[in-house]
Design a protein around this ligand. Sequence first.
Ligand code: NDP
Length: 366
Amino acid sequence: MLSLDPFAISTAITGAHLLEATGMIVGFCALLFVGSIILPGKRVTGPDAEGGERIYTMNGLALFIAIIFIVAVAEVFDWFSLTTLHTHFVALLVMMNVLAFMFTAWLYFFGPRSPSAPKGFLRGYFEGIHAGPVWFGIDVKLYSYRPSLIGLALFNASFAVVQYKEIGELTLAMTLYQAFTFLYVMNYFHFEEGMIHTWDIISERFGWMLVWGDYVLVPFFYCLPAWWLLYSPVEITPMAATAIGVLFAFGFWLFRGANQQKHSFKRNPNIRIWGKPARTLDGRLLISGFWGIGRHLNYTGEICVYIAFTLTTGFVSWVPFLLPLWLASLLFHRSTRDEHRCRAKYGELWSRYSQKARFSMVPFFH
Ligand code: NDP
């Protein structure tokens, strides 16, 4: 059992902690931004949220690998330890909040404003007034997923490093959690091109909701199960580990498979899915593969993946289960919003689609 008191360590906030946290955040975001500009990547044309098109540079995977390399070298040579993310967790959380609110205010007062921007300060601040500024050729909205998910990966890794330094090994549960979450983040960057057809890119403006979600919620909240893996470790049996692995593999297959099928279809409607030519409604809506079964099986798959993350903590507490619960409510709500959007966009075609794929996320339920 760990000798450290989690709250004493990570909730200690001094002026020095806050200053160091600010430096770490600014340095990290600047490093990722410069990396996004200079690293090579495929240039892809995709939609923006104003009904136009823009060019996105797909170098997230190269960036992620570069950061892993830099952090590993720094850890080995003792230049910087990932345990700092753990000791400074609360200071980082406080400063990230401050900076996210300030960044959103800057976007509102000094950023570009599109003609369709909402009137009034509160809605404008919350929802944003622009589809996403482009700085030095980088789409800031797509860029923001990088500090978000690489930040999450580093926080997750920091819990493993602390455990290893304390007990000299990783528990089976921690190993599983690390493997699952690493694959999840890696998959995001491997499939980054698919992001340009997602709701956030095609429908949302860049305001507080996205800024806070990307910079605060995802990195700081999505590592919740790791706290329990570190401070209340459970012994999970090989049988339980296998069952959790099967759930993860099933969820990942649904989540990645459905996203991949839709993305491939958007780029080329004449693709083959599951060995047969893709079937469509008027060439606009895919009704083959996962999209012919349910209208949002990608959401269902991702929820299974998050349940698998959390099950590695056993049932030692209900608190880590807030993570899959949160994601399920977010995605249920989002699927309802997306249905409205698609009904308005596709009209009668969407009703025909709903006859074909009768449920959205869960058969007989939603
Ligand atoms: P989707 O990728 O499901 O995109 C929905 C859009 O896809 C629709 O608006 C429509 O847009 C198009 N579409 C819907 N049905 C079809 C069809 N049958 N054929 C062709 N096009 C169709 O949703 P999101 O963008 O919300 O999510 C993307 C991924 O991100 C998901 O896997 C989700 O789980 C994940 N996510 C994760 C979150 C997290 O916090 N971990 C939060 C939010 C999302 P169009 O106008 O292009 O046709």
